[in-house]
Design a protein around this ligand. Sequence first.
Ligand SMILES: CC(=O)c1sc(CCOP(=O)(O)OP(=O)(O)O)c(C)[n+]1Cc1cnc(C)nc1N
Ligand SMILES: [Mg+2]
Length: 616
Amino acid sequence: MVLDKVNSPADLKALSEDELLALAEELRSEIIRVCAQNGGHLASSLGAVELVVALHKVFDSPRDRILFDVGHQAYAHKILTGRKEVFHTIRQEGGISGFTKVSESEHDAITVGHASTSLANAVGMAIARDTLGEDYQIVSVIGDGALTGGMALAALNVIGEQRRKMLIVLNDNEMSISENVGALNRFFKELQVKKWVQDTEKWGRGVLETISPKLFNLVDRAKEAAKLVLHQENPFYAWGVRYVGPVDGHNLKGLVHLLHELKELDGPTILHIVTQKGKGYTVAEADPIYWHGPPGFNPDKPEKVSKGYSWSAAFGDAVTELAHLEPRLFVITPAMREGSGLVRYSQTHPARYLDTGICEDVAATAAAGMALRGLKPVLAIYSTFLQRAYDQVIHDIAIENLDVVLAVDRAGIVGGDGATHNGVFDVAYLRTVPNVQIAAPKDALELRAMLKEALRRGGPVAIRYARDNVERVAEGSWPEIEWGRWEVLKEGSKAYVLTFGKTLKYALEAAGDNPEVGVVNARFLKPLDRELLEKLALEGYKLVTVEDHQKMGGFGSAVLEALGELGLKPDLRVLGLPDQFFDHGSIPRMHREAGIDAAGILEALAQMGVRVREVG
Ligand SMILES: CC(=O)c1sc(CCOP(=O)(O)OP(=O)(O)O)c(C)[n+]1Cc1cnc(C)nc1N
Ligand SMILES: [Mg+2]
């Protein structure tokens, strides 16, 4: 195997063109083999194989810095940069990250997982390089999806103004996770058509030149004039970035040749390559959406597997029905149609659906605009990606107390995607914002009740739910809910565990049939149910708060603040995630480590003198 001869990118320099082609196929096979056992970002990484081989053939990592935007397409990069022996551990407990990560390898230029950051990183690196009088190349690989992100477009503005030497490789496969969206995406498609025109024109030139050189010159001059106009249409022209392309991103020989040329150019250059997401694996080519991030599969007989009925699906079903009951409902997603359970909704209510591309800030403020003009927007957004729209929630939604519902998915530790994707800050960063209310349903019925009541009451409401499965409920189920009131799920004679969402199951497990321990579904995090909290404290119950969220600033902090204002000091333990990041791995193991699982709750109760069964 050629890969046996490659232990670092330097080893690619000696490889022949044929060996590079063979290496690309070996990389593809290894990516398929490992994704089959671990799951992972298969289609994106398959589509970038030739690009990664060509980059490491032409540039000298780690001296030259190669950045991967999002970092999910970098599996070949990981294998080529000294991690082939551990590649099989990717996204696993104790294994390597599914994204590039600075602390993992000197070849990983940036730590990522969120999109659209690589260009801002790159221009910062270029300024550092030039300021320190150093000399190395900076290459940023960014997908067409990531380029829809505001950070990326704003960074281009700085790059064009700075005019420092750097290469941007736009990996255009016309896909985000779903089909890509946006005006730029449409422009790229037209460019590819123009490419077809260029190729035809090249053939025409040849014919013309043989018939009449004079006529050929006339046509040539006209074409140059046209090109000037066309070129000025090219947005990269406005950004002051030299544009080259579009070229075939799977033509390894052509890429190597072109990259050698481009690395000599001064100033910023963008190379637009066209690739196929899932390239080289039939099922992934045919359905790059499912095979963007599949769970494990049989590599010889790859089949889609259902991941069960998730909170996202329950949300999607609820809004699909709600849209019939509330004609002003409008649902927005920042490029997460599948992840947020909105495929069916987007098909049944296309006129009341918007995919903004990967720009959560625009999505949030567009929701504000919709609310200002009479719609009832629901922004479906992962907790971690809502971080990208924090100022928009404050500045554009909360100050005017607008009717915007935030359907906050993936709340809590998420597992394989790791620290960049955990949804563990939203309670803290939302509850400090005046007018914003926060709810956390325990099941699909409560989710429906909360969505419907939130739309009826108005104002900014965040409804958060975990990356987990949930019991499906019948269509047309629209229970009522007493807004702001918690729910006693189990009475206790000595202590109560106050928790919500994913950690409710741990509380019920810990309480079991112990008559001393009660459980409260604290489903409203802002406002708290201060009446019940005060009652429990005044009656002398020991209290334990639990959350799959940072302890600092979370639900437990809110309870402490409320008890302080009430002048009450019950025996209280706050269980939450410690002040650290949690990398990829097993969710139950991380919950155990954080002490927010049943064992952790039992330990806390025992420390408070509550008679509990042996900590299992
Ligand atoms: C991994 C992850 O969370 C991905 S990968 C991806 C599509 C990227 O499309 P691109 O065209 O850049 O790359 P391609 O897959 O090669 O086509 C999205 C939307 N996401 C979710 C997402 C959403 N929002 C933000 C800010 N960051 C991320 N990473
Ligand atoms: Mg793409």
